[in-house]
Design a protein around this ligand. Structure first.
Ligand code: MG
Ligand code: MG
Length: 285
């Protein structure tokens, strides 16, 4: 079998990615608090711009133009409410009580990227939405725990998919995580369900990747809106999306995009016995 390997980052490179991850984590925390009924998506994006700038980072998303996109991305956050799964553009839309909002953020420090996403309830929530978010967060935690030296991307995909199956949710097809470093999106593709290709990528200490399950409450058919960016479910059912940037270490996976040793309520140990961010964690839990 032809095994393939991800690049190994130096300790200094990992420190820079940790700093970028801290900027992302702090920004997501601020936006989570601001995502209340009546808030406009564009105002959340403005808040995130300020957070990223004041933390000394720059945006991974603003102006990003992947090959399939008709226009450069217009914000620093992807904001995807309800039936929108990912890649939602900041707009004048106002959030309403009961909305379910995916917030995706990327930041650069010293040329190194961090990428993470959360899904939050706006105002009140329903049991159905609670369950969908819980499943997606559990799927992420399972995927992160599988990111150990000697494992393959197939182990990560299998762990994520097991949680999705247990809850009975579909994945967003053709989308998943990715390598990350001096570019936000690097090879290889990190699938959320098992593929033969995934088994060929074996992990080593020093690898960095973004893991991001996207679970759908209904069927797996989806379409892209006329803006060329926003992906919505075909049946209008809701979706949830969560993501962390992770480094693989001999002591276990380390979440680079969390503000505390317990990664944002995922109850995910980072496997390190030191504060994640030093001074960056001042004022956070
Ligand atoms: Mg992301
Ligand atoms: Mg990503």
């Amino acid at each position: 079998m032809n095994e393939q390997y991800l690049p190994i980052r130096t300790p200094a490179e990992l420190d820079a990615m940790h700093e970028a991850g801290a900027v992302v984590a702090q920004t997501l925390q601020a936006v989570r608090k601001a995502a209340v009924p009546g808030a406009k998506l564009i105002d959340l994006d403005d808040l995130a711009r300020t957070c990223i700038r004041e933390a000394g980072g720059s945006s991974s998303f603003l102006g990003y133009t992947p090959w399939w996109a008709p226009t450069p991305f217009n914000g620093v956050l992807c904001l995807s409410p309800n039936e929108m799964v990912v890649h939602g553009r900041p707009s004048g839309r106002r959030l309403r009580d009961g909305d379910l909002l995916s917030i995706d953020c990327g930041a650069i420090v010293d040329g190194w990227h961090g990428d993470a996403a959360i899904t939050v309830h706006v105002g009140s929530s329903t049991d159905a939405d609670d369950r969908l978010v819980q499943a997606t967060e559990e799927a992420l935690a399972a995927g992160v725990r599988a990111a150990t030296p000697g494992a393959t991307l197939l182990d990560i995909a299998t762990a994520i998919d097991a949680v999705a199956r247990q809850y009975g949710y579909a994945h967003l097809p053709n989308h998943g995580g990715h390598g990350i470093g001096t570019s936000m999106h690097e090879a290889p593709f990190v699938p959320n369900r098992p593929t033969a290709e995934a088994g060929q990528h074996r992990l080593r200490a020093g690898n960095t990747l973004a893991i991001e399950p996207m679970l759908l409450a209904g069927g797996e058919r989806y379409r892209t809106k006329r803006d060329g960016w926003s992906i919505i479910t075909a049946d209008g059912k809701r979706a949830a999306h969560v993501e962390h940037t992770v480094s693989v270490t001999d002591d276990g996976p380390v979440v680079l995009t969390a503000v505390s040793l317990i990664a944002d309520g995922l109850n995910l140990s980072t496997g390190v016995n030191r504060p994640l961010f030093g001074e960056h964690s001042a004022g956070t839990s």
